[in-house]
Design a protein around this ligand. Sequence first.
Ligand code: NIG
Ligand code: FE
Length: 413
Amino acid sequence: MKLRIINIHLLINVRSINVLLRGTALADLPIIENAFLEIEDGIILNYGEMQQLKNPQENFDCEIYNANGASVLPCWCDSHTHLVFAASRESEFVDKIKGLSYAEIAANGGGILNSADKLQNATEEELFEKAWNRLTELIALGTGAIEIKSGYGLTVESELKMLRVIKKLKEASPIPIKANFLGAHTYPKEFKENHRGYIDLIKNEMLPIIQKEKLADYIDVFCEEGFFSVEETIEICEAGKAIGLVPKIHANQLHVSKGVEAGVKLGALSVDHLESMDEQAISTLASSNTIGTLLPTAAYFLRMPFQPARALISAGCAIAIASDFNPGSSPSGNMNTVVSMSCIQMKMLPEEAINAATINAAYAMGVEDLVGSITKGKLANLIFTKPIPSLNYLPYAFGSNLIDRVMVKGNFQ
Ligand code: NIG
Ligand code: FE
């Protein structure tokens, strides 16, 4: 059965062809005013201006839904999350208020190691249920595709447990999910002085099972001082590439770590974070095919300088924005906040932020053929807004929930 949606105020990000937007092109956001949209079997079939329809309300082979002036845009693609975790870490949040830094908390056995302790003691079922509840909440907030990382296991058994939870989420989820293996998130306590031992564990014990059970699409490393060096990052990612995993790495978060240059050298799909960038990192990224994914809510939560979005755009980089949802540095997966914050704190134009959170983010997680724009043949994963006076109102009214309904594969949630 066909569904025709009529009286859409603004139909946002309408594209006949897929394109990764870089530099000034990021501000081009094609919109049809006073539009209709047709969907069949969960797929976008057709769209246009209302005036093209002779009898908009009468069509015998269509169900009609009157949007009554709502605006419609493609769901957000959240290309960087750590959605599977066992417990929140609000006591560290208070430690930070009292003056400890993220690195100090990590050095004291908090941070990622704290999450790993808790996850090692949780069952697959518990982890699935918690992650499923988070996923359901995020879909209601407009997320229509999501990438999920492992990295709180840090043992063979627990990394595989996390990846199996992500695989189950993939099978049960109405929205596309990509799995990213982040065994190299930090060195476990027992390998603190034995990096070679842990890298060998990743290469010889974890990767072969990941390959056999098809547990991941991507490989990630936290390339950072006190975590994994550039050389270690390259070695681990090369081993992942050898079994078909594409690198998407944590780079230049706390320091100018040369993680961007390592990612570009590896042919990474994306390098993510980018709070700490110098001229060389920016120009290397600009002249590559690697996407820079900015995570402004992580900078906000850790009180770090925001990512230099304007410098990246001016240099001609292709950038995306994502939530980094995790219990330590961004305990929010709300992409509406990410879009607002990108405009308010990184001075991205509303058009740029929406493109970075939809079409470019779809590229940053390899789902650009499925979602990320209003394009014939893509999934009807759509956000229906409450009445908004203009596109700019979306990031401007940062504290309001402007989502009226969310549609996934043609079904209202
Ligand atoms: O992306 N930076 C590394 N990993 C996560 C945080 C992990 C944690 O603190 O639990 C991030 O910010
Ligand atoms: Fe992250």
